[in-house]
Design a protein around this ligand. Structure first.
Ligand SMILES: O=C(O)CCC(=O)C(=O)O
Length: 293
């Protein structure tokens, strides 16, 4: 088989998957879906990383709906403490795919998060935009959402297409999600989140049936939220977030810390400066000290 035919036939060759149409869709909707884009080996690595995170008492498990039947867990910046997630971030095609989608040859790591709904009956991930919590501005950033479990679209992460072009709302308050998932985080100058669940028909909600190996890539300013798990189901997902050249530091309301907290960042950077910090290592081009050959 010729090299060109091989590229087109091999779904795991990311170069043939990030097409001009896909990039145009990302620009328009802020979210795209790719079937069978990640080789099962990368999923195995995520599974190993998740097992280490769950047995690591030093990695904080944040609880949504704490101590209720619908409780689920989230862990953030697993990269900092988990060799499997470091390998995933440096060695897998995730950074290449995000770089190609956002149009940046330089790619930096922003964060990763596990969302662990380990059984049926775990609650909804509240609707939100990530950028409300993050000290950034710019277009060249995307999160890749990867589920280890097959899911029907109702249990997948859902997005309101195009909302990255609109208003930046306040975040939800993690401590109050059991009471009202639209209660504001900063309660300062950002408008409160709309109650999307109250009338879903008013919003252009998109989601997909998911098989392991499928991925969703989204701009973090797109409103998104996640379905409950059905009885007998589980949904173990990781999201990996990377950015490119145009991303800058930006201030957020002073009433609450950004999430995750990055103490010292506001002492190093002025609003509008490129987001450069030892917290955000370069992934592409791969630094020499990360080359294995
Ligand atoms: O998986 C989830 O429920 C939430 C994911 C999320 O908010 C994200 O990827 O930004």
């Amino acid at each position: 088989m010729s090299a060109v035919a091989d590229q087109v036939d091999n779904p795991y060759d990311w170069r043939s998957r990030i097409t001009p149409d896909l990039k145009a869709q990302f620009e328009r909707d802020g979210v795209v879906f790719l079937k069978q884009a990640l080789h099962p080996d990368w999923l195995q690595l995520i599974e190993l990383g998740l097992a280490r995170v769950m047995s690591d008492g030093g990695q904080t498990k944040h609880k949504f709906y704490a101590d209720r039947e619908d409780e689920f867990l989230e862990t953030i910046r697993n990269f900092d403490v988990t060799p499997e997630i470091q390998r995933l971030v440096y060695d897998s095609p995730i950074a290449d795919m995000i770089g190609a989608l956002i149009g940046s040859e330089n790619v930096w790591y922003y964060a990763d998060e596990f969302f662990i709904k380990a059984r049926g009956g775990c609650g909804r991930t509240p609707w939100h935009q990530d950028t409300s919590y993050w000290p950034i501005a710019g277009k060249q950033i995307a999160s890749m959402w990867i589920s280890l479990d097959p899911l029907p679209k109702e249990e997948c992460l859902e997005y309101v297409a195009g909302t990255h072009h609109g208003v930046m709302y306040d975040g939800f308050n993690p401590a109050e999600v059991s009471t009202d998932p639209t209660l504001p985080y900063y309660d300062d100058d950002l408008p409160p989140l709309p109650d999307i669940e109250a009338d879903r028909s008013k919003w252009n909600i998109v989601s997909w049936d998911i098989e392991p190996g499928d991925v969703i890539m989204a701009h973090p300013s797109v409103l998104h939220g996640g379905g409950q798990t059905a009885p007998g189901s589980q949904r173990r997902a990781i999201t990996v977030r990377c950015y490119g050249d145009d991303l800058c530091y930006a201030a957020r309301p002073p009433s609450r810390p950004i999430a995750p907290r990055i103490p010292g960042l506001s002492l190093q950077l002025e609003p509008g400066e490129p987001l450069r910090s030892s917290m955000y290592p370069r992934l592409r081009p791969l630094p020499d000290h990360k080359r294995l050959y």
